[in-house]
Write a protein that binds this ligand. Structure first.
Ligand code: PLP
Length: 480
């Protein structure tokens, strides 16, 4: 493809995207295909000769699109939002065109410097402690964009593991690093995302999964008791992963209680996972939900969930950048450059060497919407979740199961789990609405999340109508 063909096809692709976005609501939200559907439609071997563009696009329409789940569909209410907006798509297009691999400052100075600047912008808008902001006078920390929240948790746990081993080595300098691993123990709550468990598996450390209170919040006393028991057994608490806005029900751990317990121990790192909810703290009225953040050693949030930025864009801030890079620095000659001493090299802040120019799309989004525009987007989702909660509450066949503070409502039909399983299965099979289940307080519940950028009250009313009709059918079918 030469530049003239790209110009033509590029314009056609923008038209295709616009049509997709505008007409998506007329499609089923989830595809009606069976596993293996695509293998039957595509050849088993790659084409030996290049094919006409028209043929490729015709297959997109006829073979790919029928198997797509439409995450930006007005009837998609599953998971958390998958951030998307036109400025973000344009930012990614430009990033793809520049095609730089910004692992060091020298590998593309703008890629590194823009990342540091937008991470400071967002960190300040969220209201993170000054240490986390690179541009503040006495800052020791900073922010970095990772691919996913799972990666943020993993590198934070890795840095914490390194810190704890260095601490233990002070009294046993001749002991091999790996010999300390069986003594290290991390903590999280039942409500934490499974990525914490995965990080502990990868890093070969113990993980104690603690019971939250009746509001699904991990409390200080529970953590303190667990740590005391473990210390009495010769273990070393080295990492606590807390959540602000849990996946199942958007609950909030109690950082005000947990923070001082971690602070009191020289080698215990406190991580705060705000993958979804963290974005909301750009709204002043929601900052109380992050009370205790001043105790955190690291914090992550995904603008690719709830800040209109396309995947991938997962932001991690650390209080002390040297404690992070201390666990990750390797420095072959071919990656060194003349400005290594004064410039940030993000290759030391994460696992991959190669990195995309992800800050571009975040920068486009923040500039195009402004903080006020992004606040309005978050507030709209919360207002709509409240509207949905009200509709559910007004129907005495249903109950609300979570404290609806952001854009997620957890609800269920009063009755047994299988009734709710049945309800969700029939709604999802209809292709009219898509939601997912979870277990909250030992009960099977249905999660309803406000997701699309331009969600409005009519969408909520339509969704409720679909749920209502299916519930009526199921309850009627059970009548003797
Ligand atoms: N943490 C929380 C609270 C989440 O809700 C999720 C996913 O929804 C994750 C972590 C994992 O996110 P990622 O897919 O970016 O790894």
């Amino acid at each position: 493809m030469d530049v003239e063909e790209f110009r033509e096809r590029g314009k056609e692709m923008v038209d295709y995207i616009c049509q997709y976005m505008q007409e998506m609501g007329e499609r089923r939200v989830t595809p009606a295909v069976e596993p293996g559907y695509l293998r039957k439609l595509l050849p088993a071997e790659a084409p030996v000769k290049g094919e006409p563009w028209e043929d490729i696009m015709s297959d997109v329409d006829g073979k790919i699109m029928p198997g797509v789940t439409h995450w930006q569909h007005p009837r998609f209410h599953a998971y958390f939002p998958s951030g998307n907006s036109y400025p973000s798509i344009l930012g990614d297009m430009l990033s793809d065109a520049i095609g730089c691999i910004g692992f060091s400052w020298a590998a593309s100075p703008a890629c590194t410097e823009l990342e540091t600047i937008v991470m400071d912008w967002l960190g300040k808008a969220i209201g993170l402690p000054e240490d986390f902001i690179t541009s503040t006078p006495k800052s020791t920390g900073g922010g970095v964009i990772q691919s996913s929240a799972s990666e943020c948790v993993l590198v934070s746990m890795l840095a914490a593991r390194n810190q704890a081993i260095n601490h233990l080595k002070k009294s046993s300098p001749d002991v091999d690093d790996s010999a300390f691993l069986p003594r290290l123990v991390a903590y999280c709550s039942q409500e934490s995302h499974s990525c914490v468990e995965k990080a502990a598996m990868i890093l070969l450390v113990k993980l104690r999964i603690l019971d939250p209170d009746e509001n699904c919040s991990l409390r200080g006393e529970t953590l303190r008791k667990a740590m005391e028991e473990d210390e009495a057994a010769g273990l070393v608490p080295f990492f606590v992963s807390t959540t602000l806005g849990s996946t199942a029900c958007c609950s909030f751990d109690n950082l005000v209680e947990i923070g001082p317990i971690c602070r009191a121990k020289p080698s215990t790192w406190l991580h705060v996972d705000g993958a979804y909810a963290g974005n909301a703290f750009i709204c002043p009225e929601l900052k109380p939900l992050m009370a205790g953040i001043e105790y955190a050693d690291s914090f992550n949030t995904n603008p690719n969930k709830w800040l209109l930025v396309n995947f991938d864009c997962s932001c991690l801030w650390v209080r002390d950048r040297l404690r992070l890079t201390g666990a990750l620095v390797v420095d072959p000659l071919y990656l060194q450059h003349a400005n290594s001493d004064e410039a940030i090299d993000y290759r030391h802040w994460g696992i991959p060497l190669s990195r995309r120019f992800r800050s571009l799309k975040l920068w486009f989004v923040i500039r195009k919407y402004g903080i006020e525009g992004l606040q309005a987007y978050i507030r709209n989702h919360i207002a709509l979740a409240k509207k949905f909660e009200e509709l559910v509450k007004n129907d005495n066949r249903f109950e609300i199961v979570n404290d609806v503070r952001l854009g997620l409502v957890c609800f269920r039909l009063k009755g047994c789990d299988s009734l709710n399983r049945n309800l969700l299965a029939t709604i999802n099979a209809s292709g009219k609405l898509h939601m997912i289940p979870s277990m909250v307080k030992g009960k099977y519940i249905i999660r309803f999340c406000v997701v699309t950028e331009k969600a409005c009250e009519a969408d909520i009313v339509t969704a409720w109508k679909v749920i209502n009709e299916h519930a009526t059918d199921i309850l009627d079918s059970q009548k003797p």
